[in-house]
Design a protein around this ligand. Structure first.
Ligand SMILES: NC(=O)c1ccc[n+]([C@@H]2O[C@H](COP(=O)([O-])OP(=O)(O)OC[C@H]3O[C@@H](n4cnc5c(N)ncnc54)[C@H](O)[C@@H]3O)[C@@H](O)[C@H]2O)c1
Length: 330
């Protein structure tokens, strides 16, 4: 049966992939986005998917609302009649939050609270929230387990943790079903390589394709649990349906640890050349190591990583190479 899904931030990297997966299932999808970092080109892809006979036959449809999480009455209108919410919209950068903590808080904390209230009023069946591994901070304990005390190191991490806590409170106090997914470093097609605060994988690929030396903040021995986008989409779809998870937080990653120097080696294999990086001073607020314990997601959501790091990296290089050939908007 077709259900109505609201994907916030659906013009962004992760949200557009989730919206696409739902459309392909034949669902009714509403995207709300203010296009702060999202792209019209991603919406155009979604519109093309929605227009395919396979999606049409299943009853799938797409509606885009250009709106802002900070506009509560606008949210109330959009949420009316929605069955499920996948809340991906946020200002998703540590560096940006250090420069402008207030806007990060208004969008990520108050925006999430607005959406939770609107969801409660509209009796939404489940609310899945995009949280972040940044809430763990720089604790030397690895892998990171959900029961570890959070220790945010940036306004961004504080904002993601506050969103989680609101989700937990809305589950326990108001009975709204919520699940928070703590994504570790996500990568894949549609992640913006040109943004001022671009994530490391698309930024490195863009720099290599343009004959530049990738810039590494620190000695390159910092590590991350990089997850290809398909794994994150799968986790969201599972979180919509899993029983007995309301109010919970689950790590979503691959459970591996890859240093930036290893990432550069892997890129060297794909490009068939030795990559010479430029090493510079570490950035404030960045954590040194990150690796997830994904046993809770395996158990509660039946989540399994489906695309590994090397394969995901090959697909991402192929996408950015093609995109740069076509010279789209930047
Ligand atoms: N990419 C990662 O590695 C990663 C890791 C952990 C958590 N997350 C979380 O996942 C979510 C999606 O991140 P992403 O990487 O796709 O980023 P993104 O910037 O591509 O997507 C965020 C979207 O939210 C929209 N948005 C921003 N402010 C808004 C507002 N006030 N109202 C409406 N829409 C607004 C943007 O326009 C954009 O389309 C975020 O909540 C982020 O915190 C991402």
């Amino acid at each position: 049966m077709t259900q109505r899904y609201l994907v916030t931030g659906g013009a962004g990297f992760i949200g557009s992939h989730i919206a696409e997966a739902l459309l392909r299932q034949g669902q009714e999808v509403i995207v709300i986005d203010n296009l702060a970092t999202g792209k019209k080109s991603h919406l155009e892809v979604l519109m093309r998917v929605a227009a395919t006979p396979a999606v049409q036959e299943k009853g799938g449809s797409l509606c885009f609302v250009q709106g802002d999480l900070r506009d509560f009455s606008g949210l109330q209108e959009v949420v009316r009649g929605v069955d499920f919410i996948l809340h991906q919209a946020a200002l998703p950068s540590v560096a940006r939050s250090l420069e402008d903590p207030q806007t990060t808080s208004q969008v990520n904390i108050e925006g999430t609270l607005n959406l939770l209230v609107a969801a409660y009023e509209a009796r939404v069946k489940r609310f899945v929230y995009a949280s972040s591994s940044s809430v763990y901070g720089d604790s030397p304990v690895l892998p990171k387990h959900e029961d570890m005390p959070p220790q945010p190191l940036s306004p961004y991490a504080v904002s993601k943790l506050a969103g989680e806590q609101y989700c937990r409170v809305f589950a326990h106090v108001y009975g709204l079903e919520t699940v928070s997914l703590r994504y570790f470093n996500v990568f894949g097609p549609r992640q913006n390589p040109y943004a001022q605060y671009a994530a490391v994988i698309p930024r490195f690929i863009h720099q290599i394709l343009n004959g530049e030396r990738p810039v590494v903040y620190g000695d390159g021995e910092q590590s991350r649990d990089f997850s290809y986008i398909d794994n994150i989409v799968q986790a969201n779809l599972l979180a919509l349906e899993a029983p007995e998870v309301s109010g919970m937080v689950c790590n979503i990653a691959c459970g591996e640890r890859i240093t930036l120097n290893e990432l550069l080696q892997e890129l060297g294999k794909i490009f068939g050349q030795r990559i010479q990086a430029e090493y510079t001073t570490p950035r404030p607020g960045d954590v040194k190591h990150s690796q997830a314990d994904i046993s809770r997601a395996r158990q509660l959501l039946r989540y399994r990583p489906i695309v590994g790091f090397a394969e995901g990296l090959r697909r991402t290089v192929a996408y950015i190479r093609q995109m740069e050939k076509e010279r789209p908007e930047r």
